[in-house]
Design a protein around this ligand. Structure first.
Ligand code: G4P
Length: 537
């Protein structure tokens, strides 16, 4: 096998998804600990940052270098090259999360054993399901009292509509579990007491399931309960099915505790064994296999002002095929231009470094002089194609945004346009109002706070946000192809007539009822929830 194939085979690119507080940061940290990428767990400083409120988000901003490097992590373990992509926990960031999930081959869903499936888990799970990627479940916090393992399995099945296949099973009493049973290896792993508070790898002793010695370590009752549970799973549980796992219809389920390192190594090893290597991607000239030796990648995230002193922007690309080489010339398809990929960066645990090579599945950060957009394709100049567009979310909240100080108009326009390119918000213009103000559309409220904060910090512009009473945006077309203008539209004054940044007409209305009226009174009108050249998420 060639070098390219070898490199592809050993790569695992995934995201960890969870409801805030379920333990995503802790688990990430522990994977790094086991991967030898950090020596003492507890050094990812961004923990607790991506929590509930804007103030927390701002905390991240203060530590930007750190939070950003921890948003893509790469390390090696047992011959595998692992790329972990961080997903923000905020529900208001769903669009950002969505894009990140476009760049992974599988996802790990962390569930708090006491809480079960929570709202944010449900939403993120839905996105993974749409993409048909394999989902692995890690039930966390087993060191505390929680729901019974069988009830958690039922919950996954009933709430998420996916079957679960336990890979391991907790041994002992709820809240005082002592180990896990590995169903594949038919082995019992008992953890020794540990006073490092989770900062070191947890030691354990392994027994064959039938080993009499186990009975010296756990009570007769615990042992018998384990045997009964295993028999029940074997007889009544789901059977293993590679195909269903690959399609995200069956989730391999693990029990453990990230904080106390209980079951983490077992999880990591089984996960790496089962998780898929880089998968093919759909393009407008067919399926692009990672083994295709012509380089290709897409941009899934743009982050401006990572270094506030320099206003630099990074475009994060996911490599889909071929080998990446520093300074290579490639085609930026959307701009139809040749570009040179200089200063590519990769993220190794806490550090950023310039890299020379990368392979399919890897994430590389490119300096972006403002040319890239989310979803853009870059590829070998001899084989030009586009990857399928990223689906977009219809905006649901709208506000008029203007600079407090009109002298700052130039920075305001620059800032708001750059943040739009990053995909932070959607921008509209109300014809006739010039560029004094914009109408900004978002999916969630927090995006406005973040917009205000970032314009202030990164562009030195204070803005005034005036919320508008609209909840629905529709891109408009006439069936006969004529241009839609306010005067040719019955009831344009029932909402606000605006244009998106490509000059396409959009009507913002208060509710579905107003929309119904517009539809009834304009039989020639076609309405789109998202721009007509995009797919809705
Ligand atoms: P998140 O990224 O999903 O939001 O969760 P995070 O890892 O930050 O964990 C949230 C809280 O849950 C933290 O407690 C963390 O220590 C705790 N935690 C994570 N894994 C486990 C586990 O296996 N068992 C137990 N008992 N707790 C766990 P905190 O008090 O908010 O922070 P800290 O003071 O511990 O840092």
């Amino acid at each position: 096998m060639g070098q390219l194939q070898d490199e592809i085979k050993r790569r695992r690119t995934f995201a960890i998804i969870s409801h805030p507080d379920a333990g995503k940061t802790t688990l990430t940290e522990k994977l790094l600990l086991y991967g030898g990428a950090i020596h003492l767990a507890g050094s990812i400083k961004s923990r607790k940052t991506q929590r509930h409120a804007v103030s927390d988000w701002m905390e991240i901003e203060k530590q930007r270098g750190i939070s950003v490097t921890s948003s893509v992590l790469q390390f090696d373990y047992a011959g595998c090259r692992i790329n972990i992509l961080d997903t923000p926990g905020h529900q208001d960031f769903s669009e950002d999360t969505y894009r990140t999930l476009m760049a992974v081959d599988s996802a790990v869903m962390v569930i708090d054993a006491a809480k079960g499936i929570e709202t944010q888990t449900k939403k993120l799970f839905k996105v993974c399901k749409q993409r048909n990627i394999p989902i692995f479940t890690f039930v966390n916090k087993l060191d505390r009292y929680g729901k019974a393992p069988l009830d958690l399995m039922d919950e996954i099945e009933n709430v998420l509509g996916i079957k679960a296949y336990p890979m391991n099973w907790p041994i002992g009493i709820d809240g005082r579990y002592q180990g896990v049973y590995n169903r594949r290896k038919k082995q019992i792993e008992l953890f020794s007491a540990d006073d490092s508070h989770g900062q070191k790898e947890r030691e354990s002793v392994i027994f064959a399931a039938q080993d009499e010695m186990v009975k010296n370590k756990i009570s007769e009752h615990e042992y018998n309960t384990l045997l009964e549970d295993i028999a029940l799973l074997d007889e009544a549980g789901e059977s293993w099915d590679d195909d269903k796992v690959a399609k995200g219809e069956l989730t391999p389920m693990f029990f453990g505790s990230a904080m106390t390192n209980f079951g983490v190594k077992n999880f990591l090893e089984e996960y790496l064994r089962l998780a898929p290597p880089p998968q093919p991607h759909i393009s407008d000239s067919g399926i692009i296999s990672p083994e295709d030796d012509k380089f290709s990648a897409f941009v899934f995230k743009i982050q401006a002002n990572m270094n506030p002193a320099h206003h630099d922007r990074l475009a994060f690309i996911r490599i889909c095929s071929g080998k990446f080489e520093r300074n290579m010339q490639v085609m930026h398809v959307q701009e139809n231009k040749q570009i040179k990929l200089s200063q590519p960066q990769q993220f190794l645990a806490q550090d950023r470094q310039i890299i020379d090579n990368a392979y399919p599945g890897d994430i590389v950060g490119l300096f972006d002089p403002g040319i890239f957009g989310i979803g853009d394709t870059i590829c070998d100049s001899n084989k030009k194609f586009r990857f399928a567009d990223f689906p977009v979310f219809p905006p649901e909240r709208f506000a008029r945004v203007e600079a407090k100080d009109t002298m700052k108009r130039k920075q305001f326009i620059k800032g708001i346009n750059q943040l739009t390119q990053e995909g932070a918000v959607q921008l509209f213009e109300q014809p006739g109002t010039g560029m004094e103000s914009y109408i900004v559309g978002t999916v969630g409220q927090l995006q406005f706070d973040v917009l205000k904060y970032r314009l202030e910090k990164e562009y030195n512009v204070d803005i005034v946000i005036t919320m508008q009473p609209f909840e629905v945006a529709r891109w408009l077309e006439f069936k006969n192809g004529l241009e839609v203008k306010p005067e040719s539209l019955n009831g344009a004054d029932r909402g606000m007539f605006v244009k998106d940044m490509k000059g396409r007409p959009v009507l913002l209305v208060n509710n579905e009822w107003a929309l119904g009226w517009i539809m009834d009174n304009n039989p020639e009108l076609i309405l789109h929830n998202v721009p007509p050249d995009k797919k809705e998420a």
